[in-house]
Design a protein around this ligand. Structure first.
Ligand code: HPA
Length: 270
């Protein structure tokens, strides 16, 4: 595993990627951030040795290297999910590459359903903590010690200092920013009413199908990370309507410009 990661990152180093940039994993609702980057290099995922093979859906997945607000950023556009049939090692491979390339800070975004009924669709939640309901761990691998600790501390998985900065920026920019707990499920089916009730009881504020494995690996590698959820639907089990995917996409778009402001200013202040 270690050799594969080294070979992947060596390939990228040869493409001109320097250590010390800020890592970004773009989920739904932050794609437009790319248009704010002064791009130096674009590398298709399928060009990178040992990178998980893309499904048709992620044909366009690419790694983008460039400058955003005078800081070097390394952005994974398009991520891998368990629900596409990838395993935990594959979905967290981008984080291991970032680490191997000398990245110490990672910003992650995702789309999520709001469990907390005080939240509205189209708003943003900063993840304070999470609940892993994916039935596995990216660290439960043979040879995981080769890559870092096995028994990784998760008492503070999201960077306290970066979260503080984000809250200040949101206040200054008058952007409504919820804070809450993200529960990660496998998907791809959405939840039943009973499952939404369960998620509320166990303390989740939002539910989605990604991010937690990446955060676990970032913690194993002692990288600082923060994650945002774009709230695309409100999951009220007493008034549950059939899922409307076009509406989910529209709500992700609605939150996008505010999320871009938060991420850009965060990057400036790091
Ligand atoms: N559940 C799981 N994932 C999601 C949801 C949801 O309701 N909305 C957006 N991503």
């Amino acid at each position: 595993m270690k050799t594969k990661i080294k070979e992947s990152s060596l390939y990228l180093t040869k493409k001109g990627i320097q250590p010390g940039s800020i890592g970004i994993i773009l989920g739904t609702g932050l794609g437009d951030l790319i248009n704010h980057i002064n791009i130096e290099t674009e590398i298709a995922f399928d060009e990178i040795p040992h990178f998980p093979k893309a499904t048709v859906e992620y044909h366009s997945g690419k790694l983008i290297y460039g400058t955003l607000n005078e800081k070097k950023v390394l952005v994974f556009q398009g991520r891998f999910h368990l629900y596409e049939g990838y395993n935990f090692f594959e979905i967290t491979y981008p984080v291991r590459i970032l680490n191997s390339l000398g990245v110490e800070k990672v910003i992650i975004s995702n789309a999520a359903g709001a469990i907390n009924l005080e939240f509205n669709k189209g708003e943003i939640m900063l993840i304070e903590d999470h609940i892993n309901l994916q039935g596995g761990s990216p660290l439960a691998e043979k040879g995981t010690e080769e890559l870092g600790n096995r028994f990784v501390d998760m008492s503070e998985p999201y960077s306290v200092s970066m979260k503080k900065l984000i809250k200040k920026i949101a206040q200054k920019e008058k952007i409504k920013l919820h804070k809450g707990i993200y529960a990660a499920v496998v998907g791809p089916q959405l939840e039943t009413k009973a499952e939404y009730r369960y998620l509320k009881i166990i303390g989740a504020d939002a539910v989605g199908m990604s991010t937690v494995p990446e955060v676990i690996v970032a913690n194993q590698l002692q990288m600082e990370c923060v994650a945002f959820s774009v709230l695309t639907d409100v999951c009220d089990p007493e008034n549950l309507k059939p899922v409307d995917i076009p509406d989910i996409m529209a709500m992700a778009k609605k939150a996008e410009q505010n999320l871009i402001i938060l991420v850009k200013e965060l990057i400036s202040s790091l």
